[in-house]
Design a protein around this ligand. Sequence first.
Ligand SMILES: NC(=O)c1ccc[n+]([C@@H]2O[C@H](COP(=O)([O-])OP(=O)(O)OC[C@H]3O[C@@H](n4cnc5c(N)ncnc54)[C@H](OP(=O)(O)O)[C@@H]3O)[C@@H](O)[C@H]2O)c1
Length: 219
Amino acid sequence: MSSPIGWRGLVTGASGGLGRYIAKALAASGVDLVLTGRDLVALNAVADTVRAQGRTATVLLADLSEPDAVTQLVSESNATAGPIDLLVNNAGVEVASAYTRYTETELSQIISLDLLIPLQLIREVLPGMVARRRGHIVNICSLASLGPLPYGVPYAAAKAGLAAATHSLRVEYAGSGVGFSALIPGFVTGPASSPATRPPAAQLPRSSGQCPPNASPRP
Ligand SMILES: NC(=O)c1ccc[n+]([C@@H]2O[C@H](COP(=O)([O-])OP(=O)(O)OC[C@H]3O[C@@H](n4cnc5c(N)ncnc54)[C@H](OP(=O)(O)O)[C@@H]3O)[C@@H](O)[C@H]2O)c1
């Protein structure tokens, strides 16, 4: 990816555990941001941090599970902040349960937020990026994209699908000026998706490890 200084990035789930650190890291790299989620207070706090870092921050409230939310979000973002150069598909949900205990609603909510909505967001922003010959899509995947996650079957299915879509898009759009990255975090301590919140039967092996969201990459 070329230098992102002056790029405009849209971060979904910017109010959440990882999202606020992603926003902070992007602002430190010179990216102006559109921050979205459902929690206005948390989003405004992230926006204040981004502005204190010298970048612009626009807060757009969106419940992405609502019909037409994706189209509305992108058109509001274009209208208020300008075209998006960087999309970070970070919003996600994990519900740990024995597979046969998931309700129909839970199954479709997880597949929707973790796979379908990221794909729809990509479809909305990609034509503009291709026309401008610059852009990058970052899909926040999971270790569950790579291997089994007992008691997380729909999440694993969605995150594996998201990683597969990322790899396929990268090949399909090679040479377009638009890049695609699948980011695979390990287990991060946070309010919702950390091992501590998994039921006893769904605990993961100690070897899978755990780190705080602001941990520095190993040299
Ligand atoms: N934490 C981990 O260990 C871990 C490991 C691997 C991958 N991941 C992935 O990393 C990403 C962030 O995880 P996290 O731990 O930071 O999760 P989190 O703290 O639960 O945050 C999830 C974010 O998604 C947003 N969100 C949820 N439902 C939404 C909806 N219907 N419409 C709009 N936004 C919605 C939330 O927004 P509001 O709060 O404003 O509603 C929140 O900002 C997820 O994709 C997750 O699967 C996490």
